[in-house]
Structures are given as C-alpha cells and as structure tokens.
Design a protein around this ligand. Sequence first.
Ligand code: AMP
Length: 508
Amino acid sequence: MNIANWLHDQARCHPQRPALFHGAEQVADYRAFADHAATIGGLLRERHGVVPGDRVALFMKNGVDYLPLMHGIWWTGAVVVPVNAKLHAAEAAWIAGNAESKLVITDDGRTFQNPSLESGVELAAGDLVASGTPTARTQPPHPRRAEDLAWLFYTSGTTGRSKGVMLSHGNLVAMALCYPVDVEPVTGDDALLYAAPMSHGAGLYNFIFVRAGARHVLPVSRGFDAAEVLDLARRLDRVSLFAAPTMVKRMVAEARRQGEHGEGLKSVVYGGAPMYTADIREALSVLGPRFIQIYGQGESPMTITALDRRRIADHEAPDWERHLASVGRAQSCVDVRVVDAQMRPLPPGESGEVVVRGLTVMAGYWRNDDASRDTLVDGWLRTGDIGFLDEQGFLTLTDRSKDVIISGGTNIYPREVEEVLAQHPAITEVSVIGERDPEWGEIVVAFVVADDNIKAEELNLWFSERMASFKKPKKYYFRDDLPKNSYGKILKTELRKQLEVLSDGTVS
Ligand code: AMP
C-alpha cells in the first residue's frame, strides 16, 4: 500500500479535523491538507513529468509546506529524498545527484550547481504550493506495493560519503504500527510538534499522527527553540515531540528558568544519541513523567528498541537505575541480538555488535551493493553499535564501533571533516575525533600537524567555504606529529587518551 493512503483516508472520514498548524495557528484541516498533497502530486505529474519510482529531493527547513510536499510526492508514486537543510549546498547537490533526482525542491529558491543533475530541475516550493488549485482530491494516491521504495534516507558512512538507505512503504507502515504498541497510543486529540529536522526522525513520525487524525505543529522558528516548544505545548495541549538528548537538556534548562513544568506536553520521545543518566534524572525532576526513549537508526528507522514511560519514571522500581541506563527492549516488529564477530549470538551480559532483523529493516543502500552486503548479513542489519542484553531483553549500548561523532543528536563522520581539512595547503596531517561535552554530548575536535603560522581562524574560514558549519571543529590541537601504528595508521584511541589527560588538567 501507498503510505499516503492514510492521509487520503483521514480526509474522507474526518475532513474537518484540524491538521496543520503554523505555530499555534491552524492553517489546514485534513481535507485541505490532503487536497494540497493531491494537487501537488498532480502538478508534479503533469507539469514536471514525475512518474512512479522517480526520486524527488526536498532541501528545505521544517515548515507548513513540508508535509503536503512529501505526501504530494508519494501521491504520484514517486520517492521522497529529504535532505537535511543544515547541509552545505554542495553536499545537498551531491545527495540529489546520487539519488538521480528528477526534481529538487527548495524552500527559498536556493539553487546549486550540480553537473550530475543534468536532467534534474530545481524548483522553489512556493511554485508548487502556491500554484495549485484543489482539483485532484478525488484521485487517490497511486497504488504502491509494500516493497516499493518510498523514502531515500541519506545517512553518512564511515567512508565519509552519505549512503541512501532504501526505505519501502512497507518499512514505514511497520515503523508506524510499532509506535502505539511500543512507544505509546496516539489519538485524534494529540499533536506532533516538529522541532527536530523533518528530513530525519521528526519527519518519519508524521505517519503515526496522520493515521490517528492528529494535529501537526510546525514551529514558527522553523527549528528548535526551547521556549517556543514550551509555549506551544501550553497553548495547544497534548503535544508530543521527538527530541535528541541535547534538545531535552535545553528544554529542561528553559523550563527551570521559567519555573515551568511542561504543561501541555504529553510526551518527549528521545533518542538518536546517548542520554546520560544524570540528564534524564534532571529532566524527570523538572518536567515529570513525560519521557520515552527509542533507539533506532536510518537503516531501521526509529525502531530497534524502546524504553517506556513507566520504566523511565518509576524510581521506586528495583531495577530503575539499570533500566534507565539501557535503551529498553526490542520493538514488536524486530528481533534484536548481540553477536560476536562471526555473527553468533552472545549470552546475556556479554558485549558485542547489536544486529536487527524485521519489518522495518531497509532493503539495502541505494546503488551501493558493497555497502549493502557488508551491512545486511542473512537478513540481519549490523548496526555498528556495541552493547549487551540482560536476561529480560533490555539492551544497554556501551560504545560505537564506528568513529561517528554524535553532536547534539546529529551524526558527524570524522572522515569527511578530515578530507576538507587535509585539502588545506598548510596542513600535513589531520585526525578528527569527538570530545565529550556537557551540552552537545560530543563536539568535533581536530588534531593537526601544520605550518607554524597557521591559525584556527584561517582553518575555520577554509572549512566554512566547503562544508556545513555544524561539522566545523570547535577546537584545534596543533601537534608536531600524530601517534601511529606500525602500518602508519593514525591511532584515534591514542588521541582520545590525550584528550582525557588534557581534560584532567595533568598535561597541556
Ligand atoms: P541515525 O542513523 O542518524 O539515526 O543514527 C543512528 C545511531 O545513533 C545509532 O546507530 C546509535 O549509535 C545512535 N543512537 C540512536 N538512538 C540512540 C539511543 N537511544 N541511545 C544511544 N545512541 C543512540
């Protein structure tokens, strides 16, 4: 089935239910939302020749047009390629090109030169959104099978290049159906607030709330502003949101500042990066029992494990602290195992790689058979995360086998940062790692061997001209050489030890 059927269905059964909100102001009911999507779908087909299976990239910040555009693309049977709006135009162009996108839709008329987009067209969202008249309402979404591609989710690989995770309509349906079973039930009175980028987790959750005929709230800031989130929750009531641990920390600090306790906030679903126990305790003490944790990755979107509200909040339960440090138990449509290097299951308590099999697991990476073969082994997805299970099936993540840096819930891959810095003529060697940070979880830091006279400011400028600023190193450590093993490979483990010593203040 086409995932857009749920929107079509809501519009037929509950046309007047409030659907889209710009801040606290309603801008569309379900009929208008679905009409809009169907009209966009019609325009894409008739004016731009989009046919089922074509890829259409969205390079946009969160906003009220995002959901109608996404659903409009699905209405035609085409595939959405959401691109994180924080990426540099060159990175976005690379993704759009790799996906062989027929169209790239931007929200502010941003254009990007991209030789690989020869036949592609760039389009400002306003052209589509403003020019349609609602005529195609009666036309249902183009039929799709469960295995047909719906969403190309671009993540980064350890090789430094993004990979397109192929998510089918069936994967998305399974993800959405797990939510009421494993996270919490949703009704038509609820609201989903999109404070994290809609190109990732926040956007993935839209289906659940469409299916329930609930409200979709797009912050006026088009991003995350803790005061705005608390204000919208107060005004709209029964508001849920997906938030990275960094966002939770900021909400807690803001609530504390205002003497607020999260009135109107139904639940905060957190995940995407480790949540430190001290932080979730603080969050519970300020905002109360409103938290649910999920662990997922693009390759099994939002759906590997979940830790429910009661387990998180019930501090009198005997295993509370242990459960709080875990990411919960397998969601209902997946099997989760911890395995050794030969993929053999390990007994409870033993650490190994977390692997997942089930209805949400991707079909593979777009046009990348080698990476697909390495990652999917006999139907099991190798997550690259290290952890252990207990007797009851609670999973605790201990480490990441890859060197990904997670800063504020966003994955940053050191290799691509290193490649940009390594291009600078004054730099001879570079290695990038994450440094623990109380606010961001981790920050990007670079160890460099460079000409004496080079300054951090100059490197920052070099970087800003080439890559998104959130990937820019926050600190540079200048060295005469970098530690290496006998094969000449730089030892990141040694660099991490150096950082620990530095933060102890023992050595400078
Ligand atoms: P992404 O594919 O961008 O969603 O990143 C997925 C990665 O984020 C996972 O493989 C984990 O390393 C990390 N992650 C996701 N959820 C959690 C969580 N609840 N706790 C700790 N790490 C997490």
